[in-house]
Write a protein of this length. Structure first.
Length: 668
């Protein structure tokens, strides 16, 4: 109960600071981390486990309150810290050390030992610079200098990732939580079942589409598994899919939500800040790769269904798409408002605040409509009136945040005057609490990787490692990409997407830039494979979440999920060789050609991974398909011709084999 109340307070604090910006950026980041530490120590025990209600021991209360109190250090002593910048006093050092220790422990409780160990080794690296072997040596720094870098400025734990977590990410996570509570999951599930439920392997295709739609409002793969998976995994097992495969399909589909615009994963916001570009530019570049990722997952489950001869849902179990949309169309309004604002040049912070206000107004409006505005005409008139109010206020120069606040106040008074008022209030409070809880893992990871960023900035190790990658690859771009992919996947065995991306983009992206790869392409490459890494055992966070629902081993789920996602491995390579896939050109022919080429490569790779295309794929046909896929990746006239030719040969062989395998009646 206490944790829920603190979560509500945390969310309200974030909304207040986002709408009004009443405190400095550094103070905001510090208090944000303080709230994170307080909630983590209340929700997660000494042994890493799923968060939930538990009896909190006195020492966890102590750790949490200490972390929360330290969060106000930069606010209380803001003037003094500016005056003595670069010359910390003992109190600064003590506060910094305590905060760092608490962040490391909070990360261990949520994500295990891998990330704290990886970030922790950078601290002795900064201290022992002159004593390190060749290639790693640097001039060395004192303990006070390291703490000053990591705690007192904006280059360490309060760096760009924490800034993004304290502003954009939290608002968008909260936005997703409100839409989920408003009924968006049911709408997405009904639409998905209506579209593909009858098809071969329909339940698995429902999981792919429903998770993709959910990804548009929730950038967290694990959260998608735990919400959508509660419906899709039992549905798949009921229709013949084995539990491990059902869990793997949901894990694979859910992780793609991180690259699905408009609300992408936390990495997208960090990438936008790192590259110094608008978030809308990152979202635009991610559109085709995200579609290709889900096309890959959809194709893989289609092939698996054909191989296992799995049927679709019966007609009686299929909801009507039109009926679902007629009933829940208004749930799409906040999402439409968010997309419009993001792609109209407004900042993600402004768009997030307005989108959040629109969602709260939607929930309150639902309550009002149930009690007093029962028919469709009245509802439409109601929303038109609100729109006119907002338009009038903007015309008069009134701040949009003020308009949202006034509308919510009016709706709130109307809703709570009705009999559904208490239920509506409970729904809003639970949305606020769940939003704060969902932001914990992302926020703590952002703070901890600040240690890594701070030390690499201090010592300059990133540039030397980038040079090593270039030298190791011999200047060959393909080998450099393969090395970067391997680094992402290896790091992903123990790290979530955010630290994985930050580490690999800090080290590998400069190397790719030296080879002529545009910054957005190199960063998207690291981002994409960071997502793939979340499916990779032994950690495989998405698989771990799915295992609790599927009742199957998370290692088995992880390996199957890796195989399902295998066809998508060609997409980031193709995006580097041809940036038309990232919409870095305005030529529609180039974009269409690159997309078709990618789809053919995905189709070939999927046939090899599953061992089935139109019929089972014999071993001797696999090199033909692999050769075709590799030829299409490299994006040159010669390799494209070879790739399409081998694809044609493979398809003809499969058609002939399928005809031979068909029963006589079917051939007739």
């Amino acid at each position: 109960m206490a944790a829920a109340a603190i979560g509500v307070a945390f969310s309200l604090f974030q909304i207040w600071t986002a709408a009004l910006s009443p405190i400095s950026s550094l103070a905001l980041r510090s208090i944000h981390v303080g709230f994170l530490l307080l909630l983590v120590f209340l929700l997660f025990g000494w042994t890493p486990q799923a968060g939930g209600e538990r009896k909190v021991p006195w020492y966890d209360w102590g750790f949490g309150i200490l972390g929360f109190a330290l969060g106000f250090y930069h606010l209380v002593f803001e003037h003094d810290l500016i005056i003595r910048s670069g010359d910390p006093i003992p109190a600064d050092i003590v506060a910094g050390c305590l905060t760092l220790v608490l962040i490391f422990e909070a990360s261990r409780r949520i994500m295990g030992l891998a990330l704290p160990i990886m970030c922790g080794v950078f601290i002795p690296y900064a201290l022992l610079g002159p004593h390190l072997p060749f290639g790693l040596a640097h001039r060395g720094f004192t303990f006070e200098q390291v703490v000053d870098q990591l705690y007192l400025g904006t280059e360490g734990i309060y760096g760009t990732p924490t800034f993004v977590s304290a502003t954009y990410i939290f608002l968008f996570v909260l936005f997703g939580a409100f839409l989920e509570h408003a009924g968006m999951i049911k709408l997405f599930n009904d639409v998905s079942m209506g579209l593909v439920g009858r098809a071969k392997g329909g339940p698995a295709k429902v999981a792919v589409i429903s998770s993709g739609l959910m990804g548009t409002i929730n950038g967290s793969g694990v959260a998608n598994v735990l919400t959508v998976g509660q419906f899709t995994i039992p549905l798949m097992t009921r229709f013949g899919y084995r539990p491990a495969f059902a869990g793997a399909v949901e894990a694979t589909a859910s992780m793609g939500g991180q690259i699905m615009p408009p609300v992408m994963g936390a990495v997208a916001f960090i990438m936008a800040e790192t590259l110094g570009v608008a978030y809308a530019e990152i979202a635009t570049a991610a559109i085709i790769p995200a579609i290709l990722y889900y096309a890959s997952a959809f194709w893989m489950v289609h092939l698996e269904a054909g191989k296992q001869n799995l049927r679709g849902l019966s007609g009686a179990e299929i909801p009507s798409v039109l009926a679902a949309l007629r009933k829940g169309w208004y749930l799409l309004l906040p999402l439409a408002a968010l997309v419009t604002l993001l792609f109209s040049g407004y900042t993600p912070l402004f768009a997030g605040v307005i989108g959040l206000f629109a969602t709260v107004a939607l929930i309150l409006g639902q309550s009002v409509a149930k009690g007093a505005l029962g028919n469709m005409i009245q509802r439409v008139a109601f929303w038109i009136s609100l729109g006119l109010l907002a338009g009038w206020a903007v015309e008069q120069g009134v701040a949009a945040e003020a308009v949202g606040g006034i509308a919510i106040l009016v709706l709130g008074l109307a809703a709570f005057a009705l009999r559904d008022g208490r239920a509506t209030l409970a729904l809003i409070l639970s949305s606020l609490a769940d939003g704060a809880r969902n932001a914990l893992g992302v926020g703590v990871a952002c703070a901890l990787v600040g240690v890594l960023i701070g030390v690499t900035t201090l010592t300059g190790i990133a540039s030397s490692l980038a040079g090593s990658i270039v030298a190791l690859s011999g200047g060959n771009l393909f080998f450099a990409l393969v090395l970067t992919m391997i680094a992402c996947l290896v790091l992903g065995t123990g790290l979530p997407t955010i630290p994985n991306y930050i580490i690999t983009s800090s080290i590998a992206a400069p190397a790719l830039l030296q080879m002529g790869v545009p910054p957005i392409a190199s960063h998207m490459f690291c981002f994409y494979f960071g997502i793939m890494a979340d499916l990779t055992p032994p950690v495989a966070l998405a698989a771990l979440a799915a295992s609790s629902i599927a009742k199957a081993g998370h290692m088995e789920i992880g390996w199957i999920a890796t195989r399902i996602a295998l066809a998508g491995y060609v997409v980031p390579f193709m995006a580097v060789y041809d940036t038309a896939l990232l919409l870095q050109t305005t030529d529609p022919v180039a974009i269409a050609y690159a997309s078709v080429r990618a789809l053919v490569a995905i189709g070939l790779w999927g046939g090899v991974a599953i061992g089935y295309f139109f019929t089972r794929v014999p071993v001797w046909q696999m090199p033909i398909a692999i050769g075709g896929a590799l030829g299409l990746i490299l994006s040159s006239p010669l390799t494209d011709e070879i790739g399409f030719a081998l694809a044609a040969v493979f398809i003809v062989l499969q058609v002939m084999a399928a005809r031979r395998a068909a029963p006589p009646m079917a051939r007739a």
